[in-house]
Design a binder for this molecule. Structure first.
Ligand SMILES: [Zn+2]
Length: 176
């Protein structure tokens, strides 16, 4: 059985919202596996780039890595967007397909981690790539979603606070 990515409608809306920006973004979808089901609990955006290009911010990756160390039963789907800006600049095929560069990137990641799943979100489509051809199921409600969602968001925020990440506006005025 291929894995089934269960994506709550609310999170799908947030991902689609990102495609209406000019800049591409990337990040991770966090879940805990239940058999073949992968119910997504939260989104964590790790990078914002330009049309056709996005890289993860190392500080955001540090927060995510710490989360997975603290909670090893969590796994991730890596996502990135092709935005309206990408499609305007590079053409319609970016609205419907992974780019050549994306496909090379996925192959490389699969060599390191056979369970790796990549998601591409465009203004038109949401595509998945993985070794077992994982399927996407968008749901109105997911069991325990609110509780799990809040847990993940709170933990990510606490980890960022502990690492003093995302506090740019305080830099230079910190006394200690
Ligand atoms: Zn891409």
């Amino acid at each position: 059985m291929p894995r089934k990515i269960i994506l709550p409608r609310e999170l799908e809306g947030r991902l689609k919202g990102l495609t209406s920006l000019k800049e591409e973004s990337n990040g991770i979808l966090l879940y805990r596996k239940r058999g073949d089901l992968c119910p997504i609990e939260a989104i964590y955006i790790t990078g914002v780039g330009s049309p056709g290009h996005v890289q993860a911010d190392p500080e955001k990756m540090e927060v995510a890595n710490q989360f997975f160390q603290n909670y090893p039963d969590y796994r991730l789907v890596k996502f990135h967007t092709h935005t309206k800006g990408t499609v305007a600049q590079y053409g319609e095929r970016y609205a419907t397909k992974f780019s050549e560069g994306d496909i090379e990137g996925v192959k490389e990641q699969l060599r390191q981690d056979p369970e790796f799943i990549s998601m591409l979100v465009t203004p038109e489509k949401t595509l998945l790539s993985g070794i077992d051809n994982p399927q996407l199921d968008i749901v109105e409600r997911s069991e325990d979603y609110e509780k799990n969602h809040e847990f993940v968001e709170t933990e990510l925020k606490d980890i960022a606070d502990d690492l003093e990440i995302g506090h740019e506006r305080f830099k230079g005025t910190r006394l200690s």
